[in-house]
Structures are given as C-alpha cells and as structure tokens.
Design a protein around this ligand. Structure first.
Ligand SMILES: Cc1cc2nc3c(=O)[nH]c(=O)nc-3n(C[C@H](O)[C@H](O)[C@H](O)COP(=O)(O)OP(=O)(O)OC[C@H]3O[C@@H](n4cnc5c(N)ncnc54)[C@H](O)[C@@H]3O)c2cc1C
Length: 387
C-alpha cells in the first residue's frame, strides 16, 4: 500500500509502446505503479506512433521468435476484449522474393518448424489472390493467414487507460533526470519532484542509454523513414482486401501494408538512414535527402511492385528506432542493480511484441515464470560495464 504520493511499488520510466504495456501488466498484478513520460502519452516523437505496425507470425528474419509472436497475438486479443475496440487487423501476411532469398526461405522455415498454416504461391498465383501485387515472374511468395497489423497509438492508449482502471498512475510531461538505487529501493528524480520505489523499469526507447550509463555503447538510435502513397485503385489496398508484406529483391528489402487511417498505402525500406547522435535533438521534419529518397527509392520501388497502389506520394514519416549490436532485444535486470529492470533495443521490430514485453518486464519485477523463453534478451551478452 502506498504511504505517500511519492512512494510506489514500481516506477516505469518512459510510457511509450513497451512502457505502457509494462504499466498495464504490473497494475493488473495489483502493484502500485507510476508511469512517467517526458512527452504526451501517447506521443509522436518516440518510436510508437502512426496508424500501423506489422505483426508477422512467420517472422522470417528470426524464426525462433515465432512463439513470441504467437503469445503476443494472444495478448493483443485479450487486450482487445478488455478494451472493447479492435486493435489487431488480421490481414494475413505475404513474404516474397526469389526462391533462394532469405525472406522466402526464412518464412517457409518458420511455417514448417512451427506448424503454421500457409500457402506457397508463384507470383501469378499471388496476383490472382491479391490483385494489388505485380511481382516479377521468378518471385515466390509465402502467404500466412494469421498476421496483420496493429495501430500503435491506439495500443498505447488502450494499455494506459486499462492500467489506470487497474489502479496505475501516469504522469505525462514529467522527465526523469536521474535515479539511484540501494539494496532495497530506488530513488527517482524528475524535473518536478523525487520519488521512491521498490523497483524501476526503464523503457525509455531511444533515450534509454541516457538513463542507463552502461548501455551507452550498446544502444544506437537510428533515424528511419517510411512512405505513404495514394492508391489508384483504393479498394484493392484496404485492410479487408490486402495483406501486410515483406519483399526482398537483389538490392534491398521492403515492407508495407494496406492503407490505414490517414497514412495511405504503406511502403518502407528495411534500412536506417543515419544514426541519431542525441535523441533530444531529433527533428521529425524530413530533410532534403529524405525527400529525395522518398521520390526515388521508395516511390519508384512501390510503383514497380504495386503499380495501382502508389499513384502519388501522400506522405513521408520520420521516426527513431533503437538497435542493439545483434538486433535482439534487452529485457533483463541490470547486473549492477537487480531492482532495476530494462526493456530496450527493440531494433525496429518491437511494437508487435510490446504487450508481451510488458508481460515479461512484469514477470521480472514479480519474479514470476514467463510464458516464453527470455534467454534471447539477456543483457550479459554485451558484457556491460558496472555503473
Ligand atoms: C517507421 C517505423 C516502422 C516500424 N515498423 C514496425 C513494425 O512494422 N512492426 C514492429 O513490431 N515494430 C516496428 N517498428 C519498431 C517499433 O515501433 C519500436 O520497436 C517500438 O515502438 C519501441 O517502443 P519503445 O517503448 O522502446 O519506445 P517509445 O515508444 O519511443 O517509448 C519510449 C518513451 O520513453 C519516454 N522517455 C524517454 N526518456 C525519458 C525520460 N528521461 N523521462 C520520461 N520519459 C522518457 C519517451 O518520451 C517515449 O515516450 C517500427 C518503428 C518505426 C519508427
């Protein structure tokens, strides 16, 4: 039980995609939780905003994450039920490219290893099923019916609103400036006041390495762009008629999905433009170099594979993602401070897992068994330095 308004069981630093889920899962377990964010909750400055984030059960780049996607889908469904609004749009997913591409091979491996339902299609069969696709004849595609997309802004909102119903407190526009832990508690200093908690959870996205010194060399924030296009034939590119997709060609890999909200037909490149020296200086306005990349790389390739989907440019969105060196996540206690738990380094692919990461972070705080294997997310693999 809270003894004063500055004392909590757990303080969550950063209420974005992952932090909002942590606040929710901790509050559901009856803990007295405070979530702090330096900006709006939800905000459009960190990594968790916009109309869609893809969720692919095949997860062709890391098939060992299939159980984690499965658990995430089941958690999104429970959240939807509790919130009473649709969060997950099951469009199905397509992974396509030359037969020997990592995308097609990885996707087939995930489907066979984990017994997922799928169809292995030629480029012609894919166009018959989804007329929006016009891929080269030599491409193959794996269609898996269970994936789709989720709306990140709405998911953050759902987690936070339900967390509050379970008794959590959240403060927007309150910045954590420092913290210090002792054997039994952690003191958290913000730009408004000082709090005490038994545990803290650091889910500060691109700012995590500013709050956790020993992760300074491990986490790198990157600036990425994603394009939105106006389809010529709108009905072929809605969430009811068109799947989310990954495509690999000789040059690069792309991802995207149906027009959702105000974003238009989504088409992005799986690469990072440049690293962000200081996330506090991140300027979301597109640079001239990014506009040029939108016109050439993004629009030209979107038109090549989806001639009816990318009639004109609708928008260019910039965002930060935060990578670890091996692009696996960090969800662990700090070796130097066992009452500090970190969820970070989601390497441009974390949103689909945010509900699960919230659950795993709550498991670490409450020392509960986790539904999935978390050894992949061990912090020790980076040989962190003592604080
Ligand atoms: C364009 C784009 C497309 C993507 N596509 C996909 C996709 O298709 N599928 C997928 O799964 N993932 C995708 N991702 C990745 C995914 O969105 C991220 O992995 C995820 O959103 C990371 O969430 P986070 O909670 O770590 O960070 P954030 O959501 O940014 O949360 C961090 C929060 O911490 C707060 N904070 C930081 N410092 C402080 C402080 N000192 N005090 C208080 N608050 C603080 C910030 O204000 C912020 O709200 C994409 C990302 C981008 C940018």
């Amino acid at each position: 039980m809270r003894s004063s308004s500055t004392q909590y069981d757990v303080i969550v630093m950063g209420v974005g995609g992952i932090g909002s889920a942590a606040v929710y899962h901790l509050a559901r377990r009856g803990l007295d939780v405070l979530g702090l964010d330096q900006y709006n909750i939800p905000n459009s400055i960190g990594s968790s905003h916009g109309d869609s984030r893809l969720i692919r059960l095949t997860n062709h780049e890391d098939p060992e994450y299939v159980p984690h996607v499965r658990r995430s889908i089941s958690l999104w469904e429970s959240l939807e039920e509790e919130y009473g609004e649709q969060l997950l749009h099951r469009t199905g997913t397509v992974d396509a490219g030359p037969a020997d591409s990592e995308t097609v091979r990885g996707s087939l491996k995930a489907c066979t290893d984990y017994d997922l339902p799928y169809e292995h299609l030629s480029a012609g069969e894919l166009s018959e099923k989804f007329p929006g696709f016009e891929l080269p004849q030599e491409f193959e595609a794996v269609y898996q019916p269970d994936g789709g997309f989720i709306n990140p802004t709405k998911c953050v909102q759902a987690h936070v609103e339900l967390a509050q119903e379970h008794g959590a407190t959240t403060h927007a526009h309150e910045t954590v400036v420092d913290w210090e832990s002792t054997a039994n508690s952690v003191t958290v200093e913000t730009d408004r006041t000082t709090y005490e908690a038994n545990h803290v959870v650091v889910t500060a996205g691109a700012w995590t390495q500013l709050l956790v010194e020993e992760l300074e060399e491990t986490l790198t924030p990157w600036r990425v762009i994603v394009g939105g296009f106006q389809p010529e034939n709108r009905s072929q590119f809605t969430a009811d008629s068109f799947p989310v997709f990954s495509i690999e060609d000789e040059q690069q890999s792309y991802y995207g999905g149906p027009a959702a909200g105000t974003s238009g037909f989504k088409f992005g490149l799986v690469d990072n433009l440049e690293d962000v020296a200081d996330p506090n200086d991140f300027d979301p306005r597109p640079t001239e170099k990014e506009r040029e990349r939108l016109r050439t790389v993004l629009h030209e390739n979107a038109q090549r594979y989806f001639p009816e989907g990318a009639k004109s440019i609708k928008r260019l969105k910039t965002c930060m993602v935060t990578h670890t060196p091996d692009q696996d996540f960090i969800v662990d206690y700090l070796p130097s401070d066992p009452n500090v738990v970190v969820g970070a380094g989601f390497s441009g692919k974390g949103f689909k897992f945010s509900c699960l990461m919230g659950e795993l972070l709550a498991d670490l705080v409450t020392e509960s068994d986790s539904a999935v294997d978390i050894d992949l997310f061990d912090i020790d693999r980076f040989q962190t330095m003592p604080r």
